[in-house]
Write a protein that binds this ligand. Structure first.
Ligand SMILES: Cc1cc2nc3c(=O)[nH]c(=O)nc-3n(C[C@H](O)[C@H](O)[C@H](O)COP(=O)(O)O)c2cc1C
Length: 685
């Protein structure tokens, strides 16, 4: 039975959604009909043959049982494109490629909506437009203020895109009204200084969103889904207040929307909303708060990453449907596995953003760190290899695990060894506050090794004699890295420890600490040192720390004051380079990490040299001055070195050896590359 085909007036919509409103005691069968794949722009939308690849990408998720898929944002006009070459749907000939995608999805019982997104002042090109000519802090381009005539034309353009979406076969559209894009810019007074009927009072500022919904409803008729993504929490001082949110939502419902989806925060706001440090399901409370006032079904979103969590949101009455975006990158079969009570086999989204958003920002195709096949389904089809080979894998960090997983999936016989247990550097990462979830990836691979009958040997150090006479078709070295020891006088002093030892023995670290090296691992260690809180305590404090008010007393849902973190230790984070510490951290999470350390009073120093280490502490030369940092411990995070001795020995005698991950390139340890290399190599066998 389809849940999305009914007429749209309020009573009819309610009875039409009777399945949604039924008692929530059906376990995962309920989730099956209530899981939405949230909008994600992948970059395929603009690439050569991209829609063929998108069709495969979405089809695999449709086959996996998701009820409704929302596409990534597509602009209704040229000015609304996210960047100069981003997607737009406004001409009839453009619907052909969309048809391919919709047909692929409709082959299963999945509905599909096109998201209409006008970037407003976030458009990364010189033709940006906005309600007022006010530049955003995250774009170098100043927008032009729209004239009244242009606004009316723009409303028609939204309706035109919806009409074309219907012609392409979509079941509906989602109107993107949140995250600080154009519609949101009309609604909030910081970006709307207009004096005409589109600005000034709140009623005037929401006119644009309501006119868009009405115009779309007029052209698409009654049975077409219109989702409105409403900014329920702007997270800035001139954001909407709660009474305005409720009033807007009521009017959105009246204007003809079928469903309301939850939008959280503006992109320019420095409060994390989707990163791993954000507690799971951190914002479902706001959807629940609105639910009392609205009759049409509400969708909740952000950081919901397991069937159990999604079910509990539904059981709690937080929302009628759950949107998950990145979890469907991580595992296309999420719903199917949930339905079959195989939650333990789900590859969980760890909210790292490394494969998805960080790549999109680098103009690369989005994928997923823990599932590098995501959006690469055409290049890496789920087919068996022509002949079954024997593959030996040495080292079961994530690179080795990924290689073992894909090789076994492709029908090869896989024998794998690790000198310790599974997971390698991921086990260290999981000790860092906010990264505990990395353990889930190791757990997932562990489950899959059993399912795929990989012959796993734990705590077994492989030596030359074991492999010298092996007749395996390939021997893969994924032996990882070990910490590098820099050449500093006194480096063997008892106060000095490497990062691996520090992470494994954090309770032994004293109160005053200097960290040598401000790369990713230096930041990880600093984050670990400033907080000894348990995960639950940290998550309780999270709202206060970032200034989010669950009572919603002020505009934007902000607390009056943000609090600073009470750091457990005095920490110096040091680097030789003369540049901002953490400059090369990932685009979407680096700012969070820098801000977290600053809030905790970590002293970050760059442009220095290490002179010596002795009983007085760490002696440095900082900007031409000698300084002694009186610290109890010095933790070395100065890079890694590869573990390749055995690989070289076997290579020399002509064994078929391959090397991946940190063992191949230790310089910039990068799990996303390591996991992808594991998959790519497995597809070569
Ligand atoms: C790669 C990527 C692209 C996204 N593109 C869009 C988009 O085009 N429109 C939109 O409304 N949200 C977009 N989002 C945000 C998601 O819809 C969602 O709100 C966010 O990822 C949080 O949900 P999650 O924790 O389930 O991933 C994108 C997210 C990612 C990771």
């Amino acid at each position: 039975m389809s849940i999305y085909n009914g007429p749209m007036n309020k009573n009819a919509a309610k009875s039409h959604f009777s399945l949604l409103m039924s008692p929530l005691n059906l376990g995962y069968t309920v989730l099956k009909n209530r899981a939405i794949m949230g909008s994600m722009h992948t970059g395929l939308e603009e690439s050569w043959n991209g829609y063929e690849k998108l069709a495969k990408f979405y089809q695999e998720r449709a086959k996996g049982g998701v009820a409704l898929i929302v596409t990534g944002g597509i602009s209704p006009t040229f000015s609304g494109r996210l960047s100069l070459f981003s997607s737009q749907l406004s001409l009839f000939f453009q619907i052909a490629k969309h048809r391919k995608v919709v047909r692929a999805v409709h082959a299963y019982e999945t509905k599909m909506c096109l998201q209409i997104l006008h970037a407003g002042r976030y458009a990364y090109h010189p033709f940006a437009v906005a309600p007022s000519a006010i530049k955003s802090p995250i774009s170098p381009f100043s927008p032009k203020a729209l004239t009244g005539k242009q606004i009316k034309k723009l409303i028609k353009a939204y309706a035109n895109t919806a009409r074309l979406a219907k012609r392409a076969g979509y079941d509906g559209v989602e109107v993107m009204g949140s995250e600080g894009y154009l519609i949101n810019e009309f609604i909030c007074s910081n970006t709307n200084k207009r004096k005409d009927e589109w600005g000034g009072s709140f009623e005037n500022r929401i006119r644009f969103s309501l006119e868009i919904i009405r115009a779309i409803r007029r052209v698409v008729g009654e049975n077409f889904i219109i989702i409105y993504r409403l900014s329920m929490l702007d997270l800035h001082k001139e954001g909407s207040d709660w009474s305005e949110i409720v009033s807007h939502a009521k009017q959105v419902e009246k204007a003809g929307a079928t469903l309301i989806n939850t939008g959280i925060g503006w992109h320019e706001v420095r409060i994390p909303t989707i990163a791993a440090v954000v507690p799971e399901a951190a914002f479902t409370w706001v959807t629940k708060k609105l639910k009392q006032s609205i009759d049409i079904p509400l969708i909740t979103s952000n950081r919901i990453n397991s069937p159990e969590l999604a079910e509990s949101c539904l059981q709690n009455g937080d929302a009628d449907l759950v949107s998950m975006a990145r979890p469907f990158l991580a595992d296309s079969q999420f719903v199917e596995k949930a339905k079959n009570n195989q939650s333990q086999l789900i590859n969980k989204c760890i909210a790292c953003n490394q494969g998805c958003l960080d790549r999109v920002f680098k103009q690369q195709r989005a994928t997923c760190m823990v599932n590098p096949r995501a959006a690469y389904e055409c290049e890496y089809p789920l087919t068996k290899a022509e002949s079954s080979k024997t593959i030996i894998i040495v080292g079961l960090g994530v690179a080795g695990l990924s290689c073992a997983y894909y090789a076994a999936k492709r029908g090869h016989r896989v024998i794998a060894y690790d000198a310790a247990n599974l997971g390698g550097q991921f086990n260290l990462a999981a000790e860092i506050p906010g990264k505990e979830i990395y353990r889930e990836t190791v757990r997932y691979y562990d489950e899959q090794m059993s399912v795929l009958n990989v012959d796993v040997h734990r705590n077994r150090k492989v030596v030359f004699e074991d492999l010298r006479d092996s007749d395996a078709d390939a021997i893969v070295f994924a032996t990882g890295v070990s910490p590098r020891k820099p050449d500093i006088p006194g480096i063997d002093h008892s106060s000095v420890i490497d990062y691996e030892t520090a992470i494994k023995n954090k309770s032994a670290i004293k109160d005053r600490v200097a960290i040598i090296g401000a790369g990713g691992i230096g930041f990880d260690v600093a984050e670990m040192l400033i907080s000894d809180d348990e995960k639950n305590t940290r998550e309780d404090k999270w709202y206060e720390l970032w200034g989010v008010d669950k009572q919603y007393k002020n505009r934007g849902g902000l607390l009056n004051d943000k609090v600073n973190h009470e750091a457990r230790r005095t920490v110096y984070l040091l680097q030789r380079k003369d540049e901002k510490p953490g400059k090369n951290l990932a685009r979407t999470t680096g700012w969070i990490r820098r801000l977290t350390l600053r809030k905790a009073g970590v002293k970050m120093l760059s442009d220095l040299s290490y002179e010596k280490i002795d009983d007085f502490g760490l002696h440095i030369m900082h900007q031409g001055e000698n300084e002694t940092l009186d610290v109890d411990n010095i933790i070395v995070c100065a890079g890694q070195q590869s573990e390749t001795a055995l690989y070289n020995q076997l290579n020399d005698i002509g064994q078929p050896v391959f090397v991946i991950g940190g063992a191949k390139k230790a310089a910039e340890l990068d799990a996303e590359t390591a996991i992808r290399e594991g998959m790519e190599l497995a597809y070569r066998f």
